[in-house]
Design a protein around this ligand. Sequence first.
Ligand code: FDA
Length: 307
Amino acid sequence: MLGPVILAASRSDRMRRLMTAAPGTKQVVDRFIPGERVDDVVPIIEDLTGRGLELTMDVVGEDITTREQAYAARDAYLELIDRLKPLELGERVEMSVKLSMFGQALEGGHELALANVRPVVEAAAEIGTTVTLDAEDHTTLDSMFAIHDELRKDFPQTGCVIQAYLFRTEADARRLAANGSRVRLVKGAYKEPAEVAYQQKHEIDKAYVRVLRTLMEGEGYPMIGSHDPRLISIAQELARRAGRKLNEYEFQMLYGIRSEEHLRLAAEGHRMRVYTAYGTDWYGYFMRRLAEKPANLRFFLRSMVTK
Ligand code: FDA
């Protein structure tokens, strides 16, 4: 019951101000968002890749209101890619981007987001890696998929995310599996109405398995974005049945969540990519992590009163 309330609060400016100023917030935020600046995350990139993990980097931010903020988002990714260049990690470190942070919701936003994300994809390709477009709320997805198609004309490795909770996703998965896309499948983290999305966990989990089967049997590269142990076992079995080798799919999990499992899967020979977010505009990302697991909220509230 708490999840939807927290997700509603994630869109409230008043809550944002309260949470950002609250004592104890930083300590809890740090678990999921290990730094604010590139300098904070470069050592983490070196540490995790040194331990056999791969990464996808997210400069946190979304729902911006000015074109200047959209250009700043682009520049933040370009700065990150510049810092990655001497590390020569290639596709072991890719980028995840939210198009809303690139201006998608502003006037003329579709074109603006495409124009802003293209230099990031180009710069990523120059250092031998790629970009995955995150999935945000359902109203943004037609634009996201169109931008994905457009970018793939020059950069076929550009990935995108699909969300098992949406009714539309099975059809999206069939199209993406047939055209050879890199696709991250997640359950879905936004507050979506019953007209467009499954609301019950068991329905979402069943849809996840259906979509995953489509991706595994298709021509693309499936990326299993989940911490759910049951879905991870099912993914391994579906990959085996589809005759996929260990390098023909990958697991992905979020920084700070089930970290021992990241290492266990990597030690088994799986590609394991850790989604690592950093930056100052962490509120929306952090609130979705609280909503996914109400125990996080209890921990957060406790840390505020014990300060
Ligand atoms: P589930 O929520 O059932 O969790 C399974 C277990 O994992 C829990 O029992 C708990 O142990 C642990 N766990 C999960 N979330 C936790 C948390 N916040 N804190 C502590 N423990 C937790 N969504 C989206 O809409 N668009 C996107 O682009 C992305 N991108 C993305 C990338 C990657 C790499 C991942 C892993 C996830 C996303 N998501 C996302 C988020 C996704 O939609 C979903 O909300 C979370 O992954 C939680 O769902 P699980 O599949 O982990 O299962």
